[in-house]
Design a protein around this ligand. Structure first.
Ligand code: ATP
Ligand code: MG
Length: 580
């Protein structure tokens, strides 16, 4: 251990809504809201909600929706509810609920006291509204089987057919619905349907099912209910009950908007939120559908929902992405009405830009090669001082021990280098960054394999601080560590999960395109001793290598594990140009 200062320059994540930069770019939703405020449409108020279904972890697409909904509420001094859309009872939902809350907070947003909601909070009211629809003659209990309902529904080109149960009396419907609620029917035996129009060109309007029987416990309401409301019916009423002004959702719900409006209009509810659709985010080199993410996780193609290769928020976090970088990304991609696929390189640029300004610098040798300085006194240690972050002198400095036996990257030495190789080579000189100039004088090799085991150098003691003679030039500078006074660490190098831009459209199954080199684990790597105090989620730029983050789960004080967030430059751009 060294006597060097043990401060870590990483500060706690103090990111909160207060220091989220407000830089509203005009978009069509802001335009609508500005108009509504001007005309006093919702009494000048803005209320939004983020309504995930707790059936998986959140991903970067959800981040777009979170930044939009919570961001608008902040911007317009309004309110954004965190609402779990939990109309579909199932057993494993609590893990997802907790992960979603954690991810939204981590992104820097806070729904505030009293604003955490569940669709299931409204089950009583939703039931009462269903009774009201029946009394208005606008809903009926249908006894067709699920297959028959499908067959009667028609297709995109063919209108539907009325159910034979469509004209049941209000009294009969009320009695049957009550029996459904009391558990007197089996699943699939009866449903409650809105009575709209089986001839509508919009399939969503052909008497959609609004309640079905599910004899399952619910993670919030237990066994209180055996009938559960459908999404479309629940969503508009939940929005209304919360007084949402702008109900922002993705484009695939455009065709559901007439139903959203129909329910509220028929019930003459006291307020009528406006549904506004925007294009969902898709990113290349990954998949974003919950079904596929679930498949990758459950079948162990990746290591859990927080695998740093996944586009999940918790995966990105573990990988070393920062909330600021993700928010910046969401702002840069903007909000539009047309579907586009965003280049992963943009997400990477955002995190590079953020970490470039904030991540302390340090040395790491990923694949060590021993370098012995023959003329350096055995047992001597010098501490080379280097800034944690040159642009932020207040962070102080680190002290890197320099000893006779060092390590350098294997790739920073070549015995027979090509022209233009400026790193270490026989009889060549390089500067050891923040240290001396060394000259390679000999090489130790394995007599049988020819593998280079160590390089021997001499150092020039005059070169610790700059150059003794102004005409002397050394082209290469490489990083290094003491072989004896450095810390062993595990390095996990991550790359894109898929090796094609569009795994869904590249032929075959999307899983055929998984990148087998998406994770490479290095176990002989070492870092500066000052990183002994590094904490989970601390970020570093390892000079010349990339940005890294201390692993949240596997890193221990005795064995640091570091994840590569991103390389310093976009290495994929090069590969693509070469057509590789
Ligand atoms: P899936 O269809 O895979 O189940 P979902 O989109 O229905 O996913 P939800 O949990 O219901 O997932 O989504 C919560 C909110 O996040 C919704 O308002 C939805 O519109 C939004 N959202 C989901 N995916 C994206 C995406 N890729 N881009 C933007 N917003 C998204
Ligand atoms: Mg959904």
């Amino acid at each position: 251990m060294t006597e060097a200062a043990t401060m870590t320059p990483n500060t706690a994540n103090t990111d909160s809504v207060d220091n989220i930069e407000k830089k509203p770019a005009p978009n069509f939703i802001r335009h609508i809201i500005n108009e509504d405020i001007r005309t006093n449409k919702h009494n000048g108020k803005v209320a939004t909600r983020f309504p995930p279904e707790p059936n998986g972890y959140l991903h970067i697409g959800h981040a777009k929706s979170i930044c939009l909904n919570f961001g608008l509420a902040l911007e317009y001094n309004g309110i954004c509810y965190m609402r779990f859309d939990d109309t579909n009872p199932s057993k494993e939902e609590m893990e997802y609920v907790e992960s979603i809350k954690r991810d939204v907070h981590w992104l820097g947003f806070d729904w505030g006291e009293g604003n955490l909601r569940h669709s299931s909070d409204y089950f009583d009211q939703l039931y009462d509204y269903a009774v009201q629809l029946i009394k208005l003659g606008k809903a009926y209990v249908c006894s067709l089987s699920p297959e028959e309902i499908r067959a009667y529904r028609g297709t995109l080109t063919e209108v539907g057919k009325d159910s034979p149960y469509r004209n049941r009396s209000i009294e009969e419907n009320l009695a049957l619905f009550e029996k459904m609620r009391c558990g007197e029917f089996e699943e699939g035996q009866q449903v409650l349907r809105a009575k709209i129009n089986m001839q509508s060109p919009n399939i969503n309007m052909r008497d959609p099912v609004i309640y079905r029987i599910k004899k399952m416990s619910h993670h919030m309401t237990g066994d209180k209910w055996c009938i559960y409301p459908m999404y479309d019916y629940t969503h508009c009423l939940s929005d209304m009950l919360e007084g949402i002004t702008h109900s922002i959702c993705t484009l695939e719900f455009e065709d559901h908007r007439p139903l959203y409006d129909w329910v509220l209009d028929e019930l003459q509810t006291p307020c009528h939120p406006q549904q506004i659709e925007f294009a969902r985010l898709s990113l290349n080199y990954t998949v974003m559908s919950k079904r596929k993410l679930n498949e990758l996780v459950m079948n162990n193609y990746v290591n859990g929902w927080s695998d740093p290769r996944l586009p999940t928020i918790s995966g990105l976090r573990r990988r070393g992405y920062t909330p600021a970088a993700i928010r910046d990304f969401c702002e840069r991609i903007g909000v539009t009405k047309s579907d586009t696929c965003i280049d992963m390189a943009l997400l990477e640029t955002c995190v590079r830009e953020d970490l470039n300004n904030t991540a302390p610098r340090a040395f790491c040798v990923q694949r060590p090669l021993k370098l012995i300085i023959d003329n350096y006194p055995e047992g001597q240690v010098e501490y080379m001082e280097a800034p944690w972050l040159a642009e932020k002198p207040a962070l102080g400095t680190r002290k890197i021990p320099f000893t006779r036996e060092l390590i350098i990257e294997q790739e920073d030495f070549m015995e027979n280098p090509p022209k233009g190789y400026f790193r270490l080579q026989p009889n060549g000189e390089v500067r050891l960054r923040y240290g001396y100039i060394v000259k390679c004088v000999s090489v130790d090799k394995d007599p049988t394999t020819g593998e280079v085991l160590a390089v021997h150098c001499t150092y020039d003691p005059e070169t610790r601080h700059g150059m003794p003679q102004s005409n002397r030039k050394v082209k290469g500078t490489i990083h290094w560590l003491s072989a004896t006074q450095s810390l062993p660490v595990e390095i996990r190098l991550y790359d894109r999960l898929f090796n094609v831009a569009d795994p869904d459209g590249a032929g075959g199954d999307y899983k055929d395109h998984l990148n087998p080199e998406s994770m490479v684990i290095l176990t002989n790597s070492r870092v500066e001793p000052d990183l002994a105090t590094a904490k989970p989620e601390d970020h570093y730029q390892f000079e010349r290598l990339g940005y890294f983050c201390v692993d949240e789960y596997d890193s221990k004080p005795t064995q640091l594990v570091l994840n590569r967030t991103v390389t310093l430059r976009d290495t994929w751009a090069k590969v693509e140009k070469k057509g590789g």
